[in-house]
Design a protein around this ligand. Structure first.
Ligand code: NAD
Length: 400
């Protein structure tokens, strides 16, 4: 995933004729924080916060709790966040944090202690105007609520703008859960409108129906009844129906924790998980995991567009090959930026001591993401580059 982003950044930098030193400067991480947290139990864990760029505003990015978290990966993810916030033109920078720990091995008391000690170790370097972390892998609203509370206790800050992704009762924003899937839908809808294809009866295949995939298909069904989701997949199977799946029934089945391989329906067919990639459709939506499409399986793809809702689901090599086959890729830094945009809106509400309705949040998300999509298209047309390169070129211009 990170290799892919790095290659894309280099490609865009070359197109913009950046010198090596300008590129190095663009990739330089401003601050690196590393410290050890010791729990009452005596257990010691390593913690990080990487702050890549604050040129456009406070650092912004998640905190992950995972046994495989490593220093270089957190640094690279912080860098990528700066490109994402710049690509969608919000006044925030990029950061990322992590703790090398398996949270499943901690009880609730230890998890709270860890969350609070993370803030104790970092409080001088974070805050509403400095660095605003959010949840990421294995962290959630409950953990963030503890962190906000700890930050307020230490600093006296009452704005609750020190973190985003809080629970609603603790200053979180309406519309956050749906934001990434909804944002992805708005991106592809705008693109298809601009290409004059939105009124056609288009077909979609969706890999991964977790939080992001689910809100993508829900929004699609609400907003565009003439578009059909013809296939969805999880790691066990692809469910296919060329006439379009009944999404409500399907989501209800999934809610009951049904694995797709056990799905039974008179009309739909159950096929292997990988089949999703070769489904004949207009848009293939990748909402599961990184590196889903590589050089080895890219030739299976039959869609006209790929929408990258996961982070780095298409490798750089595969992207080149797909683009040569006229398959356009709508890149993750735009397609899945709905989450960070609503994080920004949460921060804004806290800073202004306001609480906006879901409708207002939706409208502001729509404005931001549609404008970023149009900017990407303008650059792609003007510079005669693919969407991916165009999005990274816009990000670089905003970061310089
Ligand atoms: P999630 O865990 O809720 O959902 C992922 C889904 O993918 C699960 O339902 C899982 O069953 C499915 N899956 C796993 N392996 C699969 C496979 N081989 N084939 C098909 N499906 C498979 O995660 P999410 O929050 O929906 O995030 C999805 C992706 O989007 C991740 O890559 C994440 O990093 C990225 N992302 C998420 C957000 C967000 O706001 N949640 C923001 C930006 C990027």
């Amino acid at each position: 995933m990170l290799k892919t982003a790095h290659q894309e950044i280099k490609k865009a930098a070359k197109k913009l004729k950046l010198s090596d030193s300008e590129l190095d400067e663009l990739l330089r991480v401003e601050n690196e924080h590393e410290f050890t947290i010791e729990l009452t139990s005596g257990k010691k864990v390593q913690a990080f916060r990487m702050q890549h760029s604050s040129k456009r505003g406070p650092y912004k990015g998640g905190i992950r709790f995972h046994p495989d978290v490593d220093f270089d990966e957190v640094k690279a993810l912080a860098t990528l966040m700066s490109f994402k916030t710049a690509a969608v033109n919000i006044p925030l920078g990029g950061g990322k944090g992590g703790v090398i720990v398996n949270p499943k091995e901690l009880n609730d008391t230890e998890l709270e202690e860890l969350s609070r000690k993370y803030v104790q170790g970092l409080h001088e370097h974070i805050g509403p105007k400095q660095d605003v972390p959010a949840p990421d892998v294995n962290t959630n609203g409950r953990i963030i609520d503890w962190m906000v509370d700890e930050y307020s206790r230490i600093t006296g800050d009452t704005s609750r703008a020190s973190f985003t992704g809080k629970s609603l009762k603790n200053g979180g924003s309406e519309g956050r859960i749906a934001a990434t899937g909804r944002g992805g839908f708005l991106v592809i809808e705008e693109l298809l409108k601009q290409l004059g294809r939105a009124d056609q009866a288009l077909t979609f295949a969706v890999q991964g129906l977790g939080n992001v995939g689910e809100y993508f298909v829900r929004t699609l069904q609400q907003q565009r009844p003439n578009w059909r989701v013809v296939a969805v997949s999880d790691s066990s199977a692809t469910i296919f129906d060329k006439d379009g799946l009944d999404i409500q029934t399907f989501l209800a089945y999934k809610e009951g924790k049904g694995r797709f391989a056990h799905y039974e329906d008179d009309r739909a067919q159950v096929r292997s998980s990988d089949t999703i990639l070769s489904v004949q459709c207009d848009v293939l939506v990748l909402a599961a995991l990184g590196n889903a499409i590589t050089e080895d399986n890219q030739d299976a793809v039959q869609a006209s567009f790929i929408l990258e809702l996961a982070n780095g689901p298409v490798t750089a090599e595969a992207a080149d090959m797909l683009q040569k086959r006229n398959i356009e890729i709508v890149p993750d830094i735009i397609a899945n930026a709905g989450g960070v945009i609503v994080s920004y809106l949460e921060w804004q509400q806290n800073m202004e001591n306001e609480s906006w309705s879901e409708e207002v949040v939706h409208r502001k998300l729509e404005d931001a993401i549609i404008s970023a999509t149009r900017d990407m298209l303008v650059t792609a047309r003007k510079e005669k580059v693919h969407y991916k390169t165009a999005a990274f070129m816009n990000a670089i211009k905003n970061l310089m």
